[in-house]
Design a binder for this molecule. Structure first.
Ligand code: HEC
Length: 487
C-alpha cells in the first residue's frame, strides 16, 4: 500500500513539474508576438498552472511521508510530522527534499505572481528556469547519483529529465491548440496557431534524439556489463516496458509529423478538419502513453539498479556469451551470416517504402527476414546455464575461507582430483584435458563461479562427479570454490 502511494506521489509531482516546465518552454518558443498570449487557449492553459504547482507541493509531502515510513520501517510514521522532521534534519535524502520543497514553493510563488501581470515572452523563459530547478534537485535523489554525487554523474540524468519535460510537457499545450481551434467543424483553421504546432514538431525531433542518447548513457551506468539482468530482474523488465511504450510513442510521433501535420497547410477545409480529427486522437493517445511511460520511469528510478541486482535464480536453461562461444566451430560464420541477413531485412524496409508495397508485404517481408536473421545469429552464441549461474560467493575470499576449503578438499575431493586439483588421469594426449583437472579449465569464460557452485552442488550428470548439496553446507561449498580460485 505504502509503495503504491509512494509511486503515485512521485509520479504526480514529476508529471506536474514536467508539464509546468514544458508549457513554459513551449510558450517561450512560440511567443515571438505578444498577441499569442492573449489567445483563449493560452489563457485557459495558464489557469491550470497554479494547480500544477500545487500538485508538485502535495506530491512532495506524499514523498516525504512515504519515505519516512519506509526508512523507519514503521507504517505509523506515515502521518507523523515529528518523524518527518527527523528524516528531514538527519538524512541526506531529507536535505535534498528540503531543497526540492523550497524550490517548488518558489515556483508556486513565481507562477502566482505572473498571473497578475501582463504577459511577456521573457516571463516564460524565467518561469521555465525556475520550473527546471526542482526537477534537477529531484534527480539528486535517484540511484544514478546515489553512487557518486558529482556533476558528471548527475548531469546526463538531469538533462534526460529536462528533455523529457520539453517534449512531454508541451503535449497539453499541443492538445489545447487542437481543441480550441477546431471546436466547430467547417471553420477554416487559424494558420498562425497551426504554425505553432509545426514549430513544436520541429523542436521535438532533436529533443527526442537527445532524450534517447541521454537515456542510453544513464542506463549504461546502471547496467554496466550486467546485461543478463535485463531479462531476469524487475529493473530489466521495467526498462523493457518503458522502451516498449517509447517505441509506440515514436511511431505515433512519426505519423503525426509526416502525415497529419503536413496535411494541415493544404488550405483544403475538408482535409484540414479530417487531419485535425486524427491529430486530436493520436496526440491524445500519445499523451496517455507518455503518462504511463513516466509512471514506469518513476518506478524504475526507485528500483534496485541492474548492476546491483543479484540473480539468485536464473530462469533460462541458457545464456548468451560471446566470449565463451566465439572460438567454437562455425560460430563466427553463423553470426556473420545472421548479421548480413539482418541488414538485408533493413534494406527491404527501405525497398518497401520506395516501391509502395502494400502494408501486408511491408510488414511481412522485413519481419520474416529479421526473425530468420536472429534465428541464425543468436543460437550459436548461447551456452548452457543453470539457476545458480549468476550467483556470487556469499563467503568472502579470505584465508579462513581458503584454509577451510583446503581441509574440505583433502577430505572429499583429493581421491578423484589429485592433491593439487591437477587431476588424477594419465595425460595421454596433451591436447585433450584430463576432465578431473580443476586448474586449466576454471578460468575460461565458460565458467562462472555460479556454474562451479552448480556442479559442486548437483554433480555432473553422466560422469563420476557427485553432488555435494546434501553433504556439505552452502558455506563449505563456497569455501571450496574460494580454495580452487586460490590454486
Ligand atoms: C568420485 C570422484 C569425484 C569426487 C569425489 C569429486 N569429483 Fe569433481 N569431478 C569428477 C569427475 C570425473 C569430473 C569430470 C566430469 C567430466 O567428465 O566433465 C569432475 C569435475 C569436477 C568439476 C568440473 C571441472 C571442469 O573443468 O568442468 C569441478 C569444479 C569439480 N569436479 C569439483 C570437485 C570438488 C570441489 C570436489 C570435492 C568436494 C569433487 N569435485 C569431488 C569426479 C569427482
Amino acid at each position: 500500500m505504502i509503495e503504491i502511494i509512494a509511486a503515485f506521489a512521485r509520479w504526480s509531482q514529476l508529471t506536474a513539474n514536467l508539464i509546468l516546465f514544458g508549457s513554459c518552454v513551449f510558450f517561450a518558443i512560440i511567443g515571438q508576438q505578444r498577441t499569442v498570449f492573449e489567445s483563449p487557449w493560452v489563457i485557459r492553459l495558464e489557469r491550470g498552472l497554479p494547480g500544477m504547482a500545487g500538485v508538485i507541493l502535495l506530491g512532495l509531502v506524499g514523498i516525504l511521508a512515504t519515505t519516512t515510513s519506509e526508512a523507519t520501517a514503521n507504517i505509523a510514521n506515515f502521518w507523523n510530522p515529528a518523524a518527518w522532521l527527523e528524516v528531514v534534519l538527519q538524512t541526506q535524502i531529507g536535505h535534498i527534499w528540503v531543497a526540492r520543497a523550497l524550490l517548488a514553493c518558489m515556483l508556486f510563488g513565481v507562477i502566482l505572481f505572473f498571473q497578475h501581470i501582463r504577459r511577456e515572452r521573457w516571463h516564460y523563459f524565467s518561469c521555465a528556469v525556475v520550473a527546471s530547478l526542482p526537477l534537477i534537485a529531484g534527480t539528486l535523489m535517484s540511484h544514478t547519483s546515489a553512487d557518486e554525487m558529482s556533476f558528471k554523474a548527475v548531469a546526463p540524468y538531469a538533462l534526460h529529465i529536462l528533455l523529457a519535460g520539453v517534449w512531454f510537457g508541451a503535449l497539453p499545450a499541443f492538445l489545447f491548440i487542437l481543441y480550441s481551434n477546431h471546436n466547430e467543424p467547417g471553420i477554416p483553421s487559424n494558420v498562425a496557431t497551426l504554425n505553432y504546432l509545426k514549430k513544436f514538431s520541429a523542436v521535438a525531433l532533436p529533443v527526442m534524439l537527445l532524450l534517447v542518447v541521454t537515456g542510453l548513457i544513464v542506463t549504461d551506468r546502471l547496467v554496466e556489463t550486467f546485461y543478463h539482468t535485463l531479462v531476469s530482474s524487475s529493473y530489466g523488465w521495467l526498462l523493457i516496458g518503458k522502451l516498449s511504450f517509447l517505441a509506440i510513442i515514436l511511431v505515433i510521433a512519426y505519423q503525426v509529423r509526416n502525415k497529419w501535420l503536413p496535411m494541415l497547410t493544404d488550405g483544403d477545409t475538408q482535409q484540414n478538419s479530417e487531419s485535425v480529427i486524427h491529430l486530436k486522437k493520436w496526440v491524445g493517445i500519445e499523451f496517455i502513453l507518455a503518462l504511463l511511460l513516466i509512471l514506469l520511469a518513476t518506478i524504475l528510478a526507485n528500483t534496485l539498479p541492474a548492476k546491483h541486482t543479484l540473480i539468485e535464480n536464473w530462469p533460462y536453461p541458457f545464456r548468451f556469451s560471446i566470449n565463451a562461444t566465439w572460438d567454437e566451430p562455425n560460430v563466427q560464420e553463423m553470426v556473420w551470416s545472421g548479421v548480413v541477413l539482418f541488414f538485408v531485412a533493413l534494406g527491404t524496409v527501405w525497398l518497401g517504402a520506395k516501391n509502395n508495397w502494400n502494408r501486408m508485404k511491408r510488414i511481412l517481408v522485413p519481419g520474416l527476414l529479421g526473425i530468420s536473421s536472429m534465428a541464425i545469429a543468436l543460437p550459436p552464441l548461447t551456452i548452457e546455464a543453470y539457476p545458480e549461474t549468476y550467483l556470487k560467493p556469499t563467503v568472502p575470499f579470505d584465508t579462513i575461507s581458503i584454509s577451510n576449503g583446503f581441509r574440505l578438499f583433502s577430505e572429499h575431493c583429493v581421491n578423484c582430483h589429485g592433491p593439487q586439483g591437477k587431476g588424477t588421469g594419465a595425460v595421454v594426449d596433451p591436447e585433450v584435458r584430463d576432465p578431473t583437472d580443476l586448474l586449466t579449465g576454471q578460468h575460461t569464460a565458460k565458467y562462472t563461479v555460479g556454474n562451479v557452485f552448480h556442479q559442486l552442488s548437483q554433480g555432473i550428470p553422466g560422469t563420476k562427479m557427485p553432488g555435494f548439496a546434501a553433504s556439505l553446507t552452502e558455506e563449505d561449498r563456497w569455501d571450496l570454490i574460494n580454495f580452487l580460485q586460490a590454486l
